[in-house]
Ligand binder design. Sequence first.
Ligand SMILES: Cc1ncc(COP(=O)(O)O)c(C=O)c1O
Length: 467
Amino acid sequence: MDMLMFELNKDSDKPLYEQLYIGIKKAIISKQIAVGTKLPSKRKLADFLSISQTTIEIAYAQLLAEGFITSVPRVGYFVEQIDELPYVEKDEPSIIITKKEQKQYKYHFSPGKVDEDSFPFSVWRKYAKELFDISSKELLQIGEPQGEYELRAEIANYLFQSRGILCKPEQIVIGSGTEHLLPMILRLFDNDLILALENPGYSAIPRIHLDSNAIPISVDEEGLVVDELETTNANIVYITPSHQFPTGAVLSATRRTQLLKWASKQPNRYIIEDDYDSEFRYIGKPIPALHGLDQNNKVIYMSTFTKSLMPSLRVAYMVLPFNLLIKYKEIFSYYSASVPRFVQHILANFMRDGHFSKHLNRMRKIYRKKHDKVKQILTSYYPEVHITGDQAGMHILISVPTDKSVEELNQIAINNDIAITPVTDYLLKPIEFEYPSFLLGFGGIPLEKIEEGIHLLMKCWGIKKAI
Ligand SMILES: Cc1ncc(COP(=O)(O)O)c(C=O)c1O
């Protein structure tokens, strides 16, 4: 036969052996090469195509494994008879495998970043080292679906001490992030689920729960407007009562009672309390979790180590009321925990020996310094800039009375190497804001860069300091 002629592209993402394998396969299927034809020897084809013999060998091995060719020892490879199958030319799926483009900003005021210079690497390393030892060989086996008991016990203890929550480790489920636990919660309600969400609110939820009937409920300075919730037919409400995300409002005492009453009126009503971003409070006492007030097992509590330790840890947890725990076990007992056991034990031991509370105390001081700095500088621009949501968390909300649109202001910030986040990114339903508003996160930006970053932002927005 003529020598096989293929266009091999050495610059392609596709390895040469794969290009060759696809080329020969297509030729066999389309009968360009007849049944029984002897393929060229590996050496000859390698010379002809100027590629290595190993490349040919891998391509031939693949064709052999799939039955397109057969091998006769010491003679060569021959094209096999294959059943007639229509060959459909398919477009390659256009998955673009490029590295995620993440623009590097000089001033990163993103709300999702934590301080990178204060993580206790040496302590963490000590616990990790201890665990990766033959004495932990039992950890090679699969663990409990709800997560390691030791970690759940530490979390229960922490929740009691710091968040006023009384629960048993048996009620806790560990998962690799809020976005993995939320779908599990929603599944507990099957078809009996009409979800109400805060608007603005955590933008991942509408993406997780694709039901377009999710009901947006307004948020004001007292948090979720419970009166509005009461006018809907929702039976599950997702809420961030201690520190509304992203406005920073705290759900008032009156509304807490009103919300718990709303839930107690129907057996199928529940509240999902997301306690995200509530560890760091700069004014007044910590706000206890709504869960602590609940007398009727109506609150599903969830939280995460994303802000208190690091986002990359991927450890979040939920506390299920006992009645839902039964349903959870029915549905999810065949699922394994989504956080590796080693990670869970490192964290549990870290917490057991008091390092977590030590770290939190240290971080409170660091974030308070950053918070105070951001607030002090922003305040010097009042009334050109208004601030809200400055009592807790790791971002402050700013609104800017100007003629420019949110998009324009955002683009100007980007052009000047500054990352900020428009509140409009968190809308489930459009809201008419009086002025363009943004989240200014201060967790990740080094203290010494805050001042120049904010001054630059104001300068490029054309905002001058009050005299
Ligand atoms: C309200 C809220 N909850 C949870 C999360 C994310 O938590 P995790 O990192 O555990 O998925 C976010 C992230 O922005 C959030 O805004």
